[in-house]
Write a protein that binds this ligand. Structure first.
Ligand code: ATP
Length: 367
């Protein structure tokens, strides 16, 4: 069992007399064997959180517990945690084999032979057996990345911590390594905390994702929950590409009145809005239906004009405006070979089943 618990973990940096709260009362339980992705924009406190778990940074307030034991004060090497860095942090003058086994002699009770066979086995698992006698400088980025992973794996730790480990790889290799890493983590069944600013990486890799903003945890959920039921405006805008479209509206009776349209609500949705009067309506680009101009048939269909079309291969991002000649007000994603072009009128449908509603003032999700 390796359950990792962050209990109101806070980090305050002293920046020349001024307090910077980098991590603000973050609480999350990471189950044994779970792959948790910590995601958020630059500066939100991801690395600081990971470094506190690793013991590379002190905890200002709160507790970090591993298997029920508080580890706040324990030095890094006594935490049974292995960290993989973005920079790989390999020793350039050592071979791959030496990089993987370095320090193991002192930190485990294993004999040299046992360590040797562990390194060989791990090398096979990672497909780097032919490279074991090379030095890091003679390896590609992807191979170095595997060595860095191998070094973490041979330690057989209770927890893996990974800080943007794939960000130095090109797009193709990155997506290949994502799948590999995921499979590896599943096979090894080691509790893992993985930091990234890339929401695609978070969505595709994590059992659950923890979304941070300004040091504050916004939501901890499975990727699908975060996508379908974002807890607030921040999560809604952060998860999904292109981002969710937002329209500020005011509730009048059972209608949401936006600058360019009125959106009547069913009784059920109206009830979900409750007492909120300033309501932000969100709709994902992929949930918008585009119909031929003149075919508006309901209260949730709006006449628009295509501004620009961004071809993405098998789908197109269509930027639309409520007024002819105006700047784009929102974006819709359409699949298939349907062709649309700038200046063309179209009807945009925002199906009620797909819309998200938020209290504009608090940001909290209403529906
Ligand atoms: P990135 O994705 O850019 O690496 P991050 O989410 O990992 O960002 P952190 O590196 O954890 O963010 O930083 C969180 C906040 O704490 C930032 O505002 C940063 O400037 C601040 N910070 C980090 N380390 C220190 C430090 N040693 N002293 C003062 N402030 C710091």
């Amino acid at each position: 069992m390796s359950e990792l618990v962050l209990d109101n973990v806070t980090k305050v940096f002293d920046d020349g007399g001024e307090d910077i709260v980098a991590v603000d009362e973050v609480s999350v339980d990471i189950a044994d064997g779970e792959f948790l992705v910590l995601v958020g924009p630059s500066g939100c406190g991801k690395s600081t959180t990971l470094r506190m778990i690793a013991g590379l940074e002190t905890v200002s307030r709160g507790e970090i517990r591993l298997d029920g034991q508080v580890i706040n004060g324990r030095p890094p090497r006594e935490r049974d945690i292995a960290m993989v860095f973005q920079s790989y942090a390999l020793y350039p003058h050592m071979t791959v084999r030496q990089n993987m086994s370095f320090g193991l002699e002192e930190s485990t009770e294993k004999s040299d032979d046992e360590i040797e066979s562990l390194v060989t086995e791990t090398g096979e698992m990672l497909g780097i057996s032919p490279l074991l006698d090379r030095k890091p400088g003679e390896l590609s980025g992807g191979q170095q990345q595997r060595v860095a992973l191998g070094r973490a794996i041979v330690r057989d730790p209770k927890v893996f911590l990974m800080d943007e480990p794939l960000s130095n790889l090109d797009a193709k290799l990155r997506s290949q390594m994502r799948t590999e890493l995921q499979r590896l983590q599943e096979d090894l069944d080691v509790t893992t905390v993985y930091v990234t600013h890339d929401q695609t990486e978070a969505m595709t890799m994590g059992d659950r994702i923890a979304i941070l903003n300004d040091g504050v945890l916004q939501q901890v959920a499975t990727p699908l929950e975060a996508y379908h039921q974002p807890a607030n405006l921040f999560v809604a805008g952060f998860i999904g590409e292109p981002s969710m479209n937002f329209f500020e509206t005011e509730l009048q009776g059972d209608r949401l009145v936006a600058e360019n349209f009125d959106y009547p609500l069913s009784q059920e949705t109206r009830e979900a809005v409750g007492d909120s009067t300033h309501v932000t309506l969100g709709v994902r680009p992929e949930d918008i239906e585009l119909l031929d101009s003149g075919s508006a048939s309901g209260d949730h269909d709006f006449e628009t004009v295509v501004d620009v079309v961004e071809p993405m291969g098998n789908e197109n991002n269509v930027y639309l405006s409520f007024e002819s000649g105006g700047d784009a007000d929102f974006v819709a994603t359409i699949t298939g070979m349907r062709s649309m072009e700038g200046g063309q009128p179209a009807v945009a449908r925002f199906p009620e089943s797909a819309i998200h509603l938020f209290d504009t003032d608090s940001g909290h999700a209403l529906k």
